[in-house]
Write a protein that binds this ligand. Sequence first.
Ligand SMILES: [Zn+2]
Length: 243
Amino acid sequence: MTSRRAFLRTLGCGLAGFAVGGPTLFAQASGARTYKVARGDTLGVIAARHGVTVTALKIANGLKSDRILIGQVLTIPGAGPSGVLKDVVDATTSLRIQRGRWRYVVLHHSGIEAGNARSYGAAHKRRGMENGLAYDFVIGNGKDSGDGEIEIGPRWLKQIDGGHVRNAFYNTHGIGICLVGNFENRRPGARQMESLTALVDWLRDDAPLGARPKFTVHRWVDKNHTLCPGRYFPYAEMKKRYG
Ligand SMILES: [Zn+2]
């Protein structure tokens, strides 16, 4: 395992230079939006407008032909605030989770605007973390993964300790969530926050954890060590929501 000193040196939450690209190794939580068909719309036009393929549209809506009707409500597959948890819920349902283990949700920012679960995982591995991606979940900013897309990391799927904080207790009992971005420079995006609150609400209220994890952030866990998740993260709002 990575030592605490190695953690300081290697992970932080302000790593630059992550490699990006290539096929993702992680389960993707693709949310769904809806769209009401208007006069003149074709599947091709709707698909192009939402950045999805006609095939994906047809599969998502169980369409056997290209025929659509004015006023028909179509499900648009892809990242989005509604239904964004579907893959997380599906993946978690099949896991064996130790009851009462997860007592905290620990929020992070990545400290950089580029990257996704795959590239952060590769960087963490290169820097000595044998289990790769230090977080359980990564929520995209629309650059290298969808805006508000929730990527599920291998540590969650294997239910092993995180590597996202110095404090070992919180790595064992804390679910690490990382928002892509540098919130020393800007606020998190609206979609990212919607996905974050949807995920945390679900983890606290509905997930089969046998406990109600408390919400916290990296800088409150590793005091005087990090600014993560940055000065523009809406701490007061989250404190109000989660106590
Ligand atoms: Zn952090």
